[in-house]
Design a protein around this ligand. Structure first.
Ligand code: GLU
Length: 275
């Protein structure tokens, strides 16, 4: 009798356990991404909704900068995104833009708020664990920005106590600690805040990709980029992991833009290489 009861209890417990496990497996993933459930891949989902939501910078001159008067966002990344939308969906107006920072871009992609990141984002092995990248569409390298007349002329001049400004979630903040371990690194939410801090004298130098620093020089010629680049920062367009069709479509579009001269045209339009 006792034995029978125990057996029944075990069966009951096992049944409850399997219901729990099954319901956990079947629950929606936290990204709110419907496409996987409906069996559509990321590219098909984009085609069905007939728009691509790109995560872009809003405070990075030359790449993604919002004009407060018009509300328009402009830059190399923006134009590349529009051209990709034109090739994939037939019209550049089908590119929609949402602001990201270096810190928020991957979480926003994972959550399904954006379909792709075109935001001065370096392809790294670390990031490849979380997202998939397109082919390289721009080559930058990390450098230093200082006020003209600064004693800092290169990374070798960063000594103990030198205050270096960087942005949270950027490769620059990680690399500088490695290349100049004596530096005091102060991290900001975005590039607008970091540059404002440099101008306010809160730091001796600001570090990020040379291409972004040239945009700051463009804004205020009292500042200059010094020294050689000390890292390679190949930019890629990031999409959610396991979206090979979307990566392929983006790579095909990038190739088309390179082949038809549009890429060179946009490069010349935006990229400054000297100051
Ligand atoms: N390219 C570097 C990175 O992806 C620095 C620029 C940025 O913060 O977006 O981290």
């Amino acid at each position: 009798m006792f034995k029978k009861k125990k057996g029944l209890l075990t069966v009951l417990l096992l049944a409850m356990l399997s219901v729990l496990v099954l319901s956990a497996c079947g629950s929606k993933d936290s990204s709110g991404d419907q496409s996987k459930e409906s069996g559509k891949n990321a590219l098909e989902a984009i085609k069905e909704k007939d728009k691509i939501v790109f995560g872009v910078k809003n405070d990075t001159r030359l790449f993604g900068l919002k004009d407060p008067k018009t509300g328009n966002i402009e830059g190399f990344d923006i134009d590349i995104a529009k051209e990709i939308a034109k090739i994939i969906l037939g019209d550049e107006s089908k590119a929609e833009f949402k602001e990201v920072t270096s810190k928020t871009r991957i979480p926003l992609l994972q959550k399904g708020d954006i379909d792709a990141i075109v935001a001065t984002m370096t392809i790294t092995e670390e990031r490849k664990k979380e997202v998939d990248f397109s082919d390289v569409y721009f080559e930058a390298g990390q450098a230093l920005l200082v006020k003209k007349g600064s004693p800092i002329k290169s990374i070798d001049d960063i000594k103990k106590g030198t205050k270096v400004l960087a942005v949270k979630g950027s490769t620059s903040a990680v690399n500088i600690r490695e290349k100049a371990p004596d530096a005091t690194v102060l991290e900001f939410e975005n590039y607008a805040e970091a540059f404002t801090a440099l101008k306010a004298g809160q730091g001796d130098t600001l570090t990020t990709d040379n291409a972004i620093l040239y945009g700051m020089v463009d804004e205020d010629p009292n500042y200059q980029v010094v020294g050689d680049i000390f890292t390679d920062e190949p930019y890629g367009i990031a999409v959610k992991k396991d979206s090979p069709e979307l990566v392929q479509a983006i790579n095909d579009a990038l190739k088309e833009l390179k082949d038809n001269g549009k890429y060179d045209e946009l490069y010349k339009k935006w990229i400054k290489t000297s100051n």
